[in-house]
Write a protein that binds this ligand. Structure first.
Ligand code: ADP
Ligand code: MG
Length: 319
């Protein structure tokens, strides 16, 4: 493969969790209502099966070309360009550092078609059996770039990162069924939900949950959270989403803590999931695929909206 593809691959697929995210995002973009993820060996083998719209046989090789996205056609789509970044790079990058088997069938197709691509070298397309949707099997990750292999952490750590990423994706797509198998064992099965709150309950396995909403100018926050007696020992149970993309943000995390202040003891952390939404041109979600940072035009509005979305309910309830 081209050196440039391998370099790009280092950006997009630093860790297996990142490529899992890209693959599942593609499934969701394809309108899948069911996504099944299987991974082995710390994510060096990953299989993602979806029931989305599938790809035409002639589009299979195209999906592996760099910058060959089917998702940006007009200038209105600039926002998605800005938000999701790295358009059309994920599959190209992954295929440069692994063996990919893509099997896809559209509605109305008589059968599925399969393309195998090994370290950037494409084989011929075959007709195979298969139901509607797309299955992507990735194997031998980084076997052609041993230096990268060394950067992977233990299988347990990589598996953990994959599961955390999938949890975040499931939280942000409550109406998609997600099923996860780790080393051949079913570890999560989350049928589609009707509301975000149901999804939080299903995934975090916590009851009761409360919800609240608040706006500050054009920034809106919606929170689902546990009562102050139901606490965690780390801040890992504060999940933040901006424009429905999972983000890490110290300021908004502090806003959540602030809302619980005086309700929690030292060393206790809240359990909360918060979605922040604003006008597309008032927020910059980092375009880098492996970082999930966000920049609000007005960070203080976002802080206040988040704190208020929790506080409204927290202050009323008789804990
Ligand atoms: P992007 O998602 O930014 O367009 P990718 O490299 O992730 O770029 O995917 C390239 C293209 O392959 C997509 O634009 C889409 O047309 C096609 N594709 C990838 N995965 C799927 C899938 N699961 N179902 C249908 N089409 C897919
Ligand atoms: Mg993609």
């Amino acid at each position: 493969p081209e050196v440039v593809d391998q370099i790009a691959a280092g950006e997009v697929v630093e860790r297996p969790a990142h490529l899992v995210k890209e693959l599942v995002e593609n499934s969701i973009d394809a309108g899948a209502t069911r996504v099944h993820i299987e991974f082995f060996d710390g994510g060096r083998i990953v299989k993602v099966i979806d029931n989305g719209k599938g790809m035409a046989p002639e589009d299979l090789p195209k999906s592996l070309e760099r910058f060959a996205t089917s998702k940006i056609s007009k200038t209105d789509d600039l926002w998605s360009l800005k938000t999701f970044g790295f358009r059309g790079e994920a599959l190209a990058s992954i295929s440069a550092v692994s063996k990919l088997t893509i099997t896809s069938r559209r509605e109305g197709d008589e059968q599925a078609h399969q393309l195998i691509c090994e370290y950037g070298k494409k084989r011929d397309i075959d007709k195979v059996g298969g139901s509607q949707g797309t299955t992507i099997l990735m194997e031998n990750l980084f076997d052609n770039t041993p230096a990268r292999l060394k950067f992977l952490k233990s299988d347990a750590a990589e598996n953990g990162a994959i599961k955390t990423t999938l949890k975040a994706m499931a939280l942000s797509h409550y109406n998609v069924e997600i099923r996860i198998q780790e080393n051949g064992k079913l570890v999560s099965f989350w049928p589609a939900c009707k509301t975000r709150k149901d999804r939080v309950e299903q995934i975090l396995e916590i009851k009761p949950l409360f919800e609240g909403e608040a706006s500050r100018e054009n920034v809106k926050a919606y929170a689902v959270f546990a009562d102050p007696h139901n606490v965690a020992k780390t801040a890992k149970n504060i999940w933040l989403f901006a424009q429905n993309r999972w983000i890490q943000d110290r300021s908004l995390q502090a806003a959540v803590n602030e809302a619980y202040r005086s309700l929690l003891m030292h060393g206790e952390y809240p359990i909360a999931v918060v979605w922040v939404e604003t006008d597309p041109d008032c927020v910059d979600v980092n375009i880098h695929p492996t970082k999930s940072q966000v920049k609000f035009q007005n960070a203080s509005l976002a802080f206040r909206a988040v704190a208020a979305s929790l506080r409204g309910t927290l202050e009323q309830a008789p804990w």
